[in-house]
Ligand binder design. Structure first.
Ligand code: NDP
Ligand SMILES: O=C1O[C@H](COP(=O)(O)O)[C@@H](O)[C@H](O)[C@H]1O
Length: 497
């Protein structure tokens, strides 16, 4: 029996950057790997007047960059499943036409009324589209209907709440798939496996044995051509509200009673609820914002944030955030979770370092010699794997110890692993698996946490921006929040611990 998902994907914003760079290559990979069969179609909609042929050419060129010549025939076969409809999201007639096209394609490709609506457009259209889909009967089918929502999901808690109310008028919570592409990354998914499938870690995974946890996501890229969006967002809303807090939740949650999406989500929600609320004083003392100035990245000179396109020359927007989070529950009382993310930093790296507490007494620690704690490093990107840092005896006639690194490394180093993340997430959505998507409760709790920070930052402009050089590891003040606790940021370069 053919168990492959059979559905139509409707992409709103089919001529846009996200569709071309991530969605078409992801759907192609699913086709190439035979995860979807012949019973699928993709309908692209946007304002531009395109024919099916022109649209297919766009799709072909967006997937052929990484495709060998012998696969070209397959790409053409794939593109025959693509259809285009010029569309105005505010006009009911557009939705009527869409409904006719979908019904026709469902007959042609033997698809049982399953419709996945992917909103790859600016968020101000999300509510309008969801409501029109329902009002014009496009969600009225014999199969399932699901709505995939891209970030940003609101700008703060009130705007996210308003957006949620609008889409909930048309779709039930279980049919809404809010994308956080970090949840599609292989090593982010591995956090649960490392924790819950290994007897050696879970007994130690608490405040008795762990001194602190550090989560870094650094980028070498600047704001590129997204100045308009980024000026209103900044690193706090762009990265912390979603990706960084999701990683913290996965690291800190209790073992779920099973691996269903409801059970995992319910444990993550408890972590987000247990994050210590921040006072103004906490924000000033334990969170650091930065903005990059000019500098050198990968041996090339780059301009500062304020010189980028569509950025105010006196911008107060942060391109770097670091901070200390406490999770006030039985397991984590007193253990700081340090987070750090920024653009135009020295290296592209997403990494988690779990630092274990020192032994009560170390027989090998000589006077004046450094004490080296055990570290578990989860390498998320670009290299994927796990490194366990231990102490061993130096080879030879000596009792001195040395750092030993036990390394598991995934075969392929993944420089830009977002396409793979999108591929997994799109497929999960076709299968109806919402485990790696964010529930409204997670979104709202994350917003209320970061709103406390943005409120303080917006009310007092940072006078020292720009305060870090492009190509560095962020502002110096970011070291202070660890120094005060007797810690330091572990290097993000592999094997330099
Ligand atoms: N690009 C990325 O890497 C990422 C993007 N996102 C999010 O994904 C969404 C899309 O981003 P991106 O692809 O970069 O944006 P783009 O600006 O590149 O694309 C926007 C798309 O929307 C269409 N569009 C705009 N207005 C209308 C309208 N009134 N009616 C119908 N179609 C319209 C445009 O086509 P046309 O002009 O032909 O109408 C185009 O296809 C945003 O929410 C963004 O925040 C999230 C993470 C990463
Ligand atoms: O969501 C976003 O993520 C990217 C970083 O993603 P990664 O997979 O390359 O780590 C970031 O550049 C972008 O600003 C943000 O919107």
């Amino acid at each position: 029996m053919n168990n492959k998902p059979k559905n139509i994907v409707v992409i709103f914003g089919a001529t846009g950057d996200l569709a071309k760079r991530k969605l078409y290559p992801s759907i192609y990979n699913l086709f190439k790997k035979n995860k979807i069969g012949e019973e699928f179609a993709v309908v692209g909609v946007a304002r531009s007047e395109l024919t099916n042929e022109a649209f297919r050419e766009n799709v072909i060129s967006s997937v052929t960059k990484n495709v060998a010549l012998e696969d070209r025939k397959n790409v053409e076969k794939f593109s025959e499943h693509f259809f285009y409809l010029p569309f105005d999201v505010t006009k009911p007639t557009s939705y009527e036409q869409l409904n006719h096209l979908l019904t026709d394609l469902e007959g042609r490709f033997e698809i049982p009324g399953n419709r996945l609506f992917y909103l790859a457009m600016a968020p101000e259209f999300f509510g309008t589209i969801a409501q029109n889909l329902k009002a014009e009967g496009v969600t009225n089918t014999d199969g399932w209907t699901r709505l995939v929502i891209e970030k940003p999901f609101g700008h703060d808690l009130p705007s996210a709440q308003k957006l949620n109310d609008e889409i909930r008028e048309a779709f039930a919570e279980e049919d809404i798939y809010r994308i956080d592409h970090y949840l599609g990354k292989s090593m982010v998914q591995n956090i649960e496996v490392i924790r819950f499938a290994n007897a050696i870690f879970e007994p130690l995974w608490n405040s008795r044995y762990i001194s602190n946890i550090q989560v870094t996501s650094s980028e070498t890229l600047g704001v590129e051509d997204r100045g308009k969006y980024y000026e209103k967002s900044g690193a706090l809303r762009d990265m912390v509200q979603n990706h960084m807090l999701q990683m913290v939740a996965l690291l800190a949650m209790e073992p779920p009673i099973s691996l269903t999406d409801e059970e995992i989500r319910s444990e993550k929600i408890k972590v987000l609820r247990a994050m210590r609320p921040l006072t103004e004083e906490d924000v000033n003392n334990t969170f650091v914002r930065g903005q990059y100035g000019p500098g050198v990245v990968k041996e090339s000179e780059v301009k500062g944030y304020r010189e980028e396109n569509n950025v105010d020359e006196n911008s107060n927007t942060e391109t770097f955030v670091s901070g200390k989070i406490f999770i006030d529950n039985f397991r984590w009382a007193g253990v700081p979770f340090f987070i750090r993310t920024g653009k135009r930093m020295a290296l592209k790296s997403t990494k988690i370092v779990v630092q274990f507490k020192d032994l009560p007494m170390n027989l090998y620690a000589k006077k004046g010699q450094k004490n080296y704690p055990n570290l578990l490093v989860i390498n998320i990107q670009p290299d994927e794997g796990i490194t366990l840092i231990m102490n061993g005896k130096k080879i030879g006639p000596t009792s001195e110890t040395t750092r030993v690194s036990l390394d598991y490394s995934n075969d392929h180093v993944n420089d830009v692993n977002t396409p793979e993340a999108y591929e997994r997430l799109v497929f999960d959505c076709m299968l109806g698996d919402a485990t790696n998507f964010t529930h409204w409760d997670e979104v709202s709790l994350s917003w209320s946490y970061v709103d406390a920070i943005s409120k303080v930052w917006e009310s007092n402009k940072e006078k020292n921006f720009p305060n870090y050089e492009a190509g560095s590891m962020g502002p110096k003040d970011s070291d202070r929040i660890l120094d005060e606790e007797g810690f330091h940021w572990w290097p993000i370069v592999k094997n330099e611990y």
